[in-house]
Design a protein around this ligand. Structure first.
Ligand code: MN
Length: 497
């Protein structure tokens, strides 16, 4: 991700003469410098020469397509750039683009303004001509409006850049599946060919024996030195070190962690799934091991859920450097007491990047599906605005569902609960949110984050040409059901025969 960049391309034409074009170029580079200095973007913006002819436009679009570091383009018409000039370039452009509808100067110079000024600063109509061709060509793009130094403009550019980095990751991501789907479960299934066409990512399955071999190749010494890392990162009770059984469970997890990591890194995988029904040859369902791999940036989905696993990885890329983390999550149980709440958790696999406090490392009996003692991290999630994201396969296309939720402090401790958890209040409330989620077909699994915003997911879905369904404080069920019906018609038509 470190080499990724966003290109800034200004459109114009030769009509205005070299003096105006020189000013256009210098203003563009001032905007790029300004954004790079103040916008705290996750990737630098690179200023490209002003394009003035169909050939220059076509050429910069082809260069963007061919440059693996270019994650997207910001396009701006400082002056008027007749939009037929853009047809050839935009026809071929496959990288995401943002149409920045801005102007160099914020304030209109009332006492000095003349026709020269008007002709140099005419994005107000130049960008509308350009906007028409994007719409006429049915191109998905992000339109951001306002002075380039305004905080709301900078925020949108920042969010879109993160979505573009997530999209770039999605194009090259490989998901490893250890074992298959949990038997009989529907929502975690799906069409991997369609997913690769829509999102770019590849999904590869492996027999658990392939993983067992690598896990068994981890030496006792390597595993034991990994325990020193655990001692630094987590709160561990003295008993664990004294009890030889508990100690051995930590060693097991260390071997699972190092083995899985080696398997994933050697194979170039950024995400993985496993399933408690496919564990033959392993010591048990990985707990701490999976939690640590997620906190290192790998995507994860339980019970063979490759779509959520890929989403977790993509969202980890989008949210990099921001507070809040990202985890695999499952709506587990409800608290119908006052304000209705969801207690989110999983069998074991919640990422400590969302933790409020330093996690405790404990060994407990795992009793669902398989019975085994497993070391796992226990913590509660930090309070704050969060999103739950669920990509589902509708059979003929994909849909991404987002619910904005408010994560809250747990009112009491849960001394008998041996897993990490997050407690949240969905927007607008549980009644509407869960009904909307169920009407939309959202999974019981989701990718949960406080670092990634709804807008980033919406931008990402548009890059993929996939429907996003948003459940937030404005959701009203009657309207929501109509939106689902209308979208079904739109996406069926868009797909063609
Ligand atoms: Mn599950």
């Amino acid at each position: 991700m470190s080499n990724r960049e966003i290109w800034f391309v200004t459109g114009s034409q030769h009509l205005y003469g070299p003096k105006v074009l020189a000013e256009v170029t210098s203003n563009s580079s001032a905007i790029v410098d300004g954004l790079n200095k103040t916008a705290q973007l996750p990737a630098p913006i690179v200023c490209k020469p002003t394009v003035k002819t169909p050939e220059e436009i076509h050429s910069v679009c082809q260069q963007a397509n061919n440059d693996p570091n270019c994650a997207g383009l910001i396009l701006w018409m400082h002056t008027f750039s007749p939009a037929k000039m853009w047809i050839a370039g935009l026809s071929e452009l496959v990288k995401p683009w943002l149409h920045l509808h801005t102007q160099f100067h914020a304030k209109l110079p009332w006492s000095e303004i003349n026709m020269n000024y008007m002709n140099t600063h005419q994005s107000a109509h130049g960008d509308r001509e350009f906007g028409f061709i994007g719409t006429r060509m049915r191109k998905e793009r992000k339109v951001v409006v306002g002075h380039w130094q305004a905080p709301h403009v900078i925020d949108q550019i920042n969010g879109w850049t993160r979505a573009a980095l997530g999209w770039a990751e999605s194009q090259s991501l490989k998901v490893a599946r250890f074992g298959d789907n949990m038997r009989h479960v529907a929502v975690t299934e799906g069409d991997k060919v369609a997913a690769q066409i829509a999102f770019g990512y590849q999904v590869h399955a492996f027999g658990v024996g392939d993983l067992v071999e690598v896990v068994n190749s981890v030496s006792e010494q390597e595993a034991k030195s990994q325990l020193e890392q655990y001692q630094q990162d987590y709160v561990i009770a003295d008993d664990v070190w004294k009890d030889s059984h508990a100690y051995n469970m930590l060693v097991n997890e260390a071997k699972l962690e190092l083995g899985m990591e080696k398997f994933l890194v050697d194979g170039g995988f950024g995400a993985f799934t496993n399933c408690f029904e496919n564990l033959t040859g392993l010591t048990g369902l990985p707990g701490l091991a999976t939690q640590r791999l997620m906190s290192k940036g790998f995507g994860y989905g339980g019970e063979g859920d490759w779509k959520t696993s890929a989403m977790v990885r993509i969202m980890k890329v989008m949210g990099e450097g921001r507070d809040g983390g990202c985890s695999f999550m499952e709506d587990y149980t409800y608290n119908f007491d006052g304000v209705d709440q969801v207690l989110g958790a999983h069998m074991l696999e919640i990422c400590p990047s969302i933790a409020k406090e330093k996690p405790r490392l404990e060994v407990h009996r795992h009793t669902i599906g398989v019975k085994c003692d497993v070391a796992r991290l226990l913590f509660t999630a930090k309070a704050g605005p969060s999103i739950c994201v669920s990509p589902i396969d509708m059979g003929n296309r994909f849909r991404i569902i987002v619910n904005e939720v408010n994560t809250v402090e747990q009112p009491e401790g849960t001394p008998n609960l041996p897993v990490a958890s997050a407690l949240w209040e969905p927007k607008p409330n549980l009644n509407v949110a869960a009904a909307a989620w169920i009407y939309a077909g959202g999974a019981h699994h989701s990718a949960y984050s406080q670092a990634v915003t709804t807008d980033m997911i919406e931008d990402f879905a548009e890059m993929a040409g996939v429907e996003t369904v948003i459940i937030d404080e404005n959701t009203e069920l009657r309207q929501f059901k109509n939106e689902l019906r209308q979208s079904a018609a739109y996406y069926a038509l868009k797909q063609g025969v």
